[in-house]
Design a protein around this ligand. Sequence first.
Ligand SMILES: [Zn+2]
Length: 316
Amino acid sequence: MRGVLVRLGGAWTEILRRRAANSATGSYPLPVQNMLGEMVAAATLMQSNIKFNGSLILQVLGDGPVKLAVVEVQADFGLRATATVTGDVPLEASLSQMINVSNQGKCAITLDPQTRFPGQQPYQGVVPLVGDAREKLEKFSDVLEHYMLQSEQLDTTLVLAADDKVATGLLIQRLPLEGVGNLAGSRVSLANEDEIGSNEHYKRIALLASTLKREELLTLDADTILRRLFWEEKLLRFAPLAGDSAPHFSCTCSRERVSRMILGLGADEAQSIISERGEIEVGCDFCGAHYRFDPIDVARLFRVPGDLPPSSETVQ
Ligand SMILES: [Zn+2]
């Protein structure tokens, strides 16, 4: 069994602070804040679990007032997140009332490698926001447990919680009996599939993990949580990530990327925005940065393709 516990403070509150400072959007409604926080914790847990050399992108494509929620976690645990809210979200809104009103909502997990071979597409897995009996799922952890079972063929238990200070979660996964991930080095030849949902040790640990309450997860430190849940189990504890290697807020937007996007619009389209508004302004939903391109910037962009203007005009 492998477990990962994540507890994000500063990385999470930085996301909320930037959102609150964005005059175009203002702060998230409370239920959206808590859902996005759970997604941030979950994406961090998943990146930590698979150690993917690239970015892990967790997305919800909603059919309710929340149209989109996105979390990106890089290999170095630099992370960013945003949500697009287009309608009213009542204070008591459930998950499905926010993102799955008519069962058209989806959750997508994308693994985008750091370096791609020519023509290589990022891997993407998509799961619906309903269960096997088409019932609406009301816990984000249930959505992801489905995904993990489908994609990795491994039983996974997730407990997630978030408020305006902490985004936190616990992941428990049964390791395959054979293969690189097997810490015990066992040579048991039992097919892994036979064990899904039936491994007694996993069931015991998962049951213990699922007794963890939202309030406990939000308020207790890792030592206390581990002691409370698993005091009868033999635990091998790894040192927590600290300093530069700990999860932190980081946005991958840049003036160069926005320049490429404007080039992608084509000269005619870019020129028509310039004549209409006098400049092209692009805001980053993740960090709130504004990139402004005046007529001279735009002309320069299209005159010499690839020759990009200096990046000193970013306004945070
Ligand atoms: Zn940004």
